[in-house]
Design a protein around this ligand. Structure first.
Ligand code: 9WN
Length: 457
């Protein structure tokens, strides 16, 4: 253990409305469990999501992880984000994977050789992927700073601010393929919810056969049960889409005419809007102008409502730009626009109704964890990755959204649920949505980080 800093937040007082038996001893046990996971996954200037499955740095993982470090080692919060943004491309994109050169190229598929970022003008010296992930970084930086304000944190915010702005500018300028003020994702990996049923419709149009994977060696199925992971056909399509993007040098001009997967995702765009709100906060404390950020947040929220809200289902859906249609699945992605403070009351109420329905079971006392997909759907799969299992990062985001709109009792239900999951199963990557059993990696960083954050509340 390398902890010189005593957490000033610490596990906090025992007791909380409707929570698991939060005795001081139990909270301390969970605190130490989470600390052990983050310490074990720390790698000189960043934290790997998992030593086995994901031995490099991932973009949105680092944002969530930075929040956890604020409670243990705030210096690592800033190191985490700084190392990620050091790999930012000249066009402003923040790559979804930054490869650690000390780790063998074959440890993860697809590795640095597959992405070939070194052949691309404007890519950084370190090898990276060419995709992005949901831009939750400004949100995380601002949240972490407010958790643990310090001179060091303020200086870090000052340094990060232009990079965070460039990240948003890239998405607004280069990824607005639909021309309506929302960013498009060009690959399911960019959503962070890789094999969500949300992508089934657009993915079915991507020409690929499972046999494509005979040419590659998947590494994920060495460490995790293949029945819990995306299928070979999914991977064949993942490879096909990256190959198309890579062939164009990862350029974004003309994507509409040539790219096989183009979707406007509610979570991705809600994150982009919430990050503008966070940037307004950051701008205020560092003496920059918050006005343009607030205006952009309002515009993104309006575009999200106009483009991705379906009054017939009462929830948000991704829009497939290849067909112009909303994708039909009702997934947890639809609940995430709650993180936008300017979301109109009508949509807030509709999303709350969706969340409280049998599909997601949100309640002040949850009887089961929040699933990643509609429990009542015929394609709900309780074991397969983003097609049913419960994830703490999404639960944390929905909880933030509930707090933003003043639904504290429902937010407390999600907090208790997060704590109960880890108390019973440990810091797993994801959890069985009925039994709460731990699935995937057993020492997963964002689970530990976000547990710390809710424990400290
Ligand atoms: C592909 C690291 C990442 C997360 C994603 C999650 C998973 C990668 C994979 O792991 O994706 O990026 O190999 O499955 O879906 O959200 O960032 O934890």
């Amino acid at each position: 253990m390398v902890n010189q800093t005593v957490p000033s937040a610490g596990p906090g007082p025992a007791a909380s409305a409707g929570a698991v038996s939060e005795t001081v001893a139990e909270r301390s046990r969970l605190w130490e469990l989470a600390r052990g996971v983050l310490d074990g996954n720390w790698e000189h200037d960043h934290t790997v999501p998992s030593r086995t499955l994901y031995p490099h740095q991932w973009s949105w993982d680092s944002a969530f992880i930075a929040i956890g470090w604020a409670h243990l080692r705030p210096d690592r919060t800033w190191s985490e984000l700084t190392s990620l943004f050091r790999a930012q491309w000249r066009d402003g994109r923040v790559p979804h994977i930054v490869f650690n050169p000390a780790v063998s190229g074959g440890a993860y598929f697809p590795g640095p050789g597959f992405w070939s970022s070194d052949t691309v003008e404007g890519a950084p010296p370190v090898a990276t992927s060419g995709l992005v992930q949901p831009p939750v970084h400004a949100l995380a930086a601002w949240h972490a700073y407010r958790r643990m304000p310090s001179e060091q944190g303020l200086a870090a915010l000052r340094r990060l601010y232009p990079h965070l702005v460039a990240q948003q500018r890239y998405l607004a300028n280069c990824r607005d393929v639909g021309g309506a003020g929302l960013a498009s994702i060009v690959h399911p990996w960019e959503s962070g919810l890789d094999n969500s049923p949300a992508w089934d419709a657009p993915m079915s149009a991507v020409p690929a056969e499972a046999a494509v994977m005979r040419a590659y060696r998947r590494r994920d199925t060495v460490h995790a049960d293949p029945a819990h992971r995306p299928t070979d056909l999914d991977y064949a399509r993942y490879v096909t889409i990256v190959t198309a993007y890579r062939a164009g040098g990862y350029r974004d001009d003309g994507l509409a005419g040539r790219h096989p997967f183009l979707v406007e995702c509610p979570l991705f765009n809600a994150a982009m809007g919430a990050s503008e709100v966070a940037l307004a906060g950051i701008a205020e404390v560092i003496g920059a102008d918050p006005g343009p950020h607030r205006e952009r947040a309002v515009r993104i929220t309006e575009a999200l409502v106009t483009r991705l809200y379906d009054p017939d289902t009462g929830t948000f859906h991704p829009r497939d730009l290849r067909t112009g249609r909303l994708t039909p699945a009702r997934t947890v992605l639809g609940l995430t626009p709650l993180i936008l403070p300017d979301l109109p009351a009508r949509q807030v109420q509709a999303v709350l109704a969706e969340a409280r329905s049998a599909r997601f079971g949100l309640a002040a006392r949850m009887d089961r964890p929040l699933p990643s997909h509609d429990r009542t759907a015929t394609d709900f799969e309780p074991l397969r990755y983003w097609r049913g299992p419960s994830w703490l990062n999404i639960t944390w985001l929905v909880r933030r959204g509930l707090l933003v709109h003043g639904h504290d009792r429902l937010a407390a239900g999600l907090r208790s649920s997060m704590i109960e999951l880890v108390a019973a199963a440990g810091c797993h990557e994801y959890f069985h949505p009925d039994t709460g059993a731990g699935l995937g990696s057993s020492a997963f960083s964002w689970t530990a980080a976000l547990l710390l954050d809710v424990l400290a509340d």
